[in-house]
Write a new protein. Structure first.
Length: 734
């Protein structure tokens, strides 16, 4: 391929790097970001001691094109399906995750098996399941995978095997790492061939350069020599370090990865290295092959600090000494034109320069990982793990009965949830938006009518109203982000038919005042309770008036495993009408009395919600405790306004206010802490409602939209995590 033409191949492409925070993965990400990709998705397990480190991408991690969906200690579990969600758009996958030093693998073979081979198979399983999903739609994946592992020493070599070619077969395994790397290669090529996606395998030799974990030999001895030299320590050369090795500077390795990925080649294995046949004879390229001892001495010379000491080979290390190892890189040179361009001297100089400027790599001990633990804004997985047995059972039972629409489960759930809300009737609906819409229809609201709503709410509140043909009438919010009851009456005119207060974030609006105004003015009240499952007002659960609508969107305090909703009321006539409205206007099957729609809560969701409802008070209690902890800590920070204390609040969201909201959000993002804004744009400033021309008329909502930020809150959030969120907020704001 001509002069870096291959780089164009990555323009506007979505690229995934597993092990993307590690040594080679992070160098690859640094290079790729310059090639104008669409997106780089970085996956890393941040396994302790392996070198994955968010600081490795510190210069680029805030780039919009970098996405780090999750960081997890421990790598993928064999049934971990999370990667599938990111495969839709991916063009290239560099699968670089997981490989420990071969000495380490001898000491902890099962650990190596888990983070190396099992991790790769789990990854490939994600690809397989994704491909099966596509096959149903008659589609094929577009991605190509490059798998690469460092120092694939597959076994002891004999002099006649050198330089090692791609067809080298393990005769005597030197260590579990080699077996696992080799296994991972076979798995990649088998999955590629069987499920029809292109795979390229690169076998790397000793790679070195910036961003390597050098404070122990886990990623290679050369980096460790540099670490010892720069700390002016003695480098121990076991048995004098007589075995020959070859070395590649990381930029050359990244080049090889990009070139092979961009090439048409597929289902190939290529060695990298520094020894290849050129012009008919083997040549060492540059000065990149030497004995381990010479490499150490050259490092000390270039660093002008440190010293070497030859010692006897330690008995326990002898077993993993493979003898001379250097690779034949002729195939990649002949097929694709790659060869290493950086000499040992030049590479070591650059590397030493980097570590002198980035001293943290020279520190002893583990880089404090805790600071980089991912605290997502919401984590539903934990709750579902906790409830999975119960949920599994009821799903099975519904399947057994195979009655999926308006069966026993829906009926029971309607009763149980109505009872939970201290109301008589529940009407299961397909989602919260429809619940609001059908409630409006049941009250005969439509064209020519106006409905009063707060200007800070979720968009669906407004959409339900527009959907029945009525018009929106906005009211500003008070200091608690709820409809300002003092401003409602000004808005009432002859078209006004309904007040729709929204019990936002888990709080309840001033219902006494609202009900009093409504009564006096002859208006109906529909409460949007979509964020307020179990919330209380003067000791009573919502809805407080005649009719309330709930959503069971998965993130709600009571969430389904999909969409769901319910209308709660004490009024029998409303219940009767809503039962018809949600089911094609039918009272009895095939006999329609009124115009209706299809909007029913389904049996499976109802069955799941019945399981979850039993835990709602427990979960709400945990949310209240978390809020209390946030309150206690955050009220000491002057720049933060915490939510109003209210014992009826079920804290669907924990929303604080601060002037430098955008800065704080950015900072939390850097610290891997999720946060969101509810909501960034008040309704009257949404493009779709600009025709109402109300800009500037709701000063509270407009100001708050610039200052509010929602912090992580869910029952499973741990105390240490809450403390860390608070500590980081304090760090930033003070
Ligand atoms: C305040 C509010 N109203 C209405 C809805 C709409 O609910 P759904 O998403 O179930 O349609 C939601 C939830 O998204 C909400 O938060």
């Amino acid at each position: 391929m001509e002069n870096k033409d291959y780089e164009k191949e990555f323009e506007n492409k979505t690229i995934m790097i597993t092990g993307g925070l590690g040594f080679i993965g992070s160098n690859l990400a640094h290079r790729l970001i310059k090639l104008n990709p669409k997106k780089i998705i970085i996956i890393d397990s941040l396994i302790k001691g392996l070198g994955g480190d968010i600081e490795n991408i510190k210069e680029i991690k805030n780039n919009d094109k970098i996405e780090i969906p999750f960081l997890d200690e421990g790598g993928l579990n064999i049934n971990d399906d999370r990667i599938i969600n990111y495969l839709d758009d991916v063009d290239y996958i560099f699968n670089l995750a997981g490989s420990v030093s071969h000495v380490d693998s001898k000491n902890r073979p099962l650990n190596d098996l888990k983070i190396n081979l099992l991790n790769h198979v789990a990854f490939l399983e994600n690809c397989r399941k994704f491909i099966e999903k596509l096959a149903v739609k008659n589609e094929k994946p577009k991605f190509k995978i490059l798998f690469s592992a460092t120092r694939d020493i597959y076994g002891k070599t004999l002099t006649k095997d050198l330089p090692i070619r791609e067809d080298f077969i393990i005769k005597e395994a030197a260590d579990p790492q080699g077996i696992h790397n080799h296994g991972a290669e076979y798995h990649h090529s088998w999955y590629g061939k069987t499920f029809n996606f292109p795979v390229i395998i690169l076998r790397l030799t000793n790679t070195y350069g910036p961003r390597q974990k050098i404070n122990d030999p886990v990623q290679g001895f050369l980096g460790y020599f540099i670490y010892q030299a720069l700390n002016n320590n003695e480098i121990e050369l076991w048995g004098g370090g007589r075995s020959l090795r070859d070395f590649n500077y990381v930029d050359d390795v990244v080049d090889a990865m990009l070139i092979t990925m961009a090439s048409e080649k597929t289902q190939e294995v290529y060695n990298l290295g520094s020894f290849m046949k050129k012009e008919g004879r083997y040549q060492e390229l540059g000065d990149n092959i030497c004995s381990v001892g010479d490499a150490a001495k050259r490092v000390v010379n270039i660093a002008e600090i440190g010293k070497c000491n030859e010692i006897d080979y330690p008995e326990d290390k002898k077993a993993v000494e493979p003898g001379h190892v250097y690779l034949d890189a002729t195939k990649i040179y002949e097929d694709i034109g790659w060869y290493p361009k950086t000499s040992f001297e030049e590479g070591i100089r650059k590397t030493i320069g980097f570590y002198k400027e980035n001293k943290r790599y020279l520190e002893n001990g583990e880089i404090e990982k805790q600071n980089y633990e991912n605290i997502p804004f919401l984590d539903l997985k934990q709750q579902h793990e906790y409830l999975k047995e119960g949920i599994g059972k009821v799903i099975d039972s519904v399947i057994k009965k195979s009655s999926f629409i308006l069966g026993e489960e829906v009926k029971k759930f309607e009763e149980e949830f109505a009872n939970y809300c201290d109301n008589k009737y529940g009407i299961g609906i397909a989602n919260g938006t429809d619940a609001l819409k059908l409630a409006l229809l049941a009250l005969n609201i439509g064209k020519g009518d106006e409905v009063i709503i707060p200007v800070n709410t979720a968009i669906p509140t407004a959409m339900a109203i527009k959907d029945v043909g009525a018009e929106l009438c906005f009211v500003d919010v008070n200091e608690n982000y709820l409809i300002d009851v003092n401003k409602i009456e000004d808005k009432i005119n002859e078209k006004t038919k309904v007040i729709m207060p929204v019990h936002l974030y888990g709080q309840v609006c001033d219902m006494n005042r609202i009900l009093e105004i409504a009564k006096r003015k002859g208006l109906k009240v529909i409460e949007d309770c979509c964020q307020a499952h179990g919330a209380e007002y003067n000791g009573r659960k919502v809805p407080i008036g005649d009719i309330g609508c709930f959503s069971f969107y998965p993130s709600k305090n009571l969430g389904a495993l999909g969409d769901g909703g319910i209308i709660i009321t004490d009024k029998e006539d409303l219940k009767e009408k809503l039962n018809l409205l949600r089911n094609y206007g039918q009272k009895n099957k095939y006999y329609a009395d009124i115009i209706g729609v299809n909007s029913r809560l389904d049996e499976i969701q109802a069955a799941i919600l019945r399981v979850k409802l039993k835990h709602l008070d427990e979960f709400n209690g945990k949310r209240r405790k978390i809020a209390e902890m946030y309150d206690e800590f955050l009220k000491t920070i002057g720049a933060v306004i915490v939510p109003n204390k209210d014992s009826g609040n079920v804290y669907h969201l924990y929303v604080i206010r601060t002037k430098d909201r955008n800065g704080l959000m950015e900072y939390l993002r850097e610290k891997m802490i999720g946060s969101l804004i509810h909501y960034p744009i008040p309704l009257h400033l949404q493009k779709v409602f600009s025709y109402l021309k109300e800009e500037g008329r709701f000063p509270n909502a407009e100001r708050f939209a610039k200052e509010i930020i929602s912090l992580p809150i869910y029952p499973e959030l741990k105390k240490e995590q809450i403390e860390r969120v608070c500590k980081e907020i304090k760090n930033y704001l003070e």
